[in-house]
Design a protein around this ligand. Structure first.
Ligand SMILES: [Zn+2]
Length: 173
């Protein structure tokens, strides 16, 4: 069977990872939108050869999860105010310092956790997209307000209009 293209790119031992820096190796890229320099997730318990890395936006799409409330620590909200750094079946992708494999979810060393935590949760590219998407949501809400109505648009998977507007204002800022 042919090796998947992603198998080559998820690791790259020629580019080590320095946990003391807030930098990602060149191969640390979203397999879908190519976002880089930000937190990425990987499938839980999948062989390295079949592994793919995804950014929060793409992981949310892939797993059918609403990720719009992602915080700086890379956590999303669940029911009853629980927060998690897992997106569906995907877990934080923390490469070893040798950049030859990924740490198991519960075995990531402290320095590796800190490295991942320091990375931006959302890529620059996605932030710019969200900023653009936020504008019509805000404009619409202003129009509705003038007519004495409540906002009615959704934003980034958030279908509670009031929360959607609050998010849009956050990402437009
Ligand atoms: Zn992506």
């Amino acid at each position: 069977m042919a090796k998947q293209a992603t198998a080559i790119s998820v690791v790259d031992p020629t580019h080590k990872v320095d946990y003391s820096k807030t930098e990602t190796p060149p191969n640390y890229k979203c397999g879908k939108c190519r976002a880089t320099g930000c937190k990425l997730w990987r499938e839980y318990q999948t062989f390295l050869n079949h592994q793919s890395l995804l950014c929060v936006k793409c992981a949310g799409q892939e797993e059918g999860k609403v990720v719009c409330d992602i915080d700086d620590a890379g956590k999303i909200g669940l029911e009853r105010r629980w927060r998690t750094d897992q997106i569906g079946w995907m877990v934080p992708a923390v490469p070893t310092e040798e950049n030859d494999t990924y740490w198991g979810y519960s075995s990531v060393p402290q320095a590796g956790c800190e490295w991942w935590n320091r990375l931006p949760s959302i890529s620059e590219q996605t932030k710019a997209e969200l900023k653009q998407l936020a504008q019509p949501v805000i404009e619409h809400a202003k129009l509705r307000q003038r007519r004495g109505r409540k906002p009615s648009m959704v934003f980034w998977g958030q279908n509670n209009p009031r929360k959607a507007l609050a998010l849009a204002l956050k990402y437009a800022a």
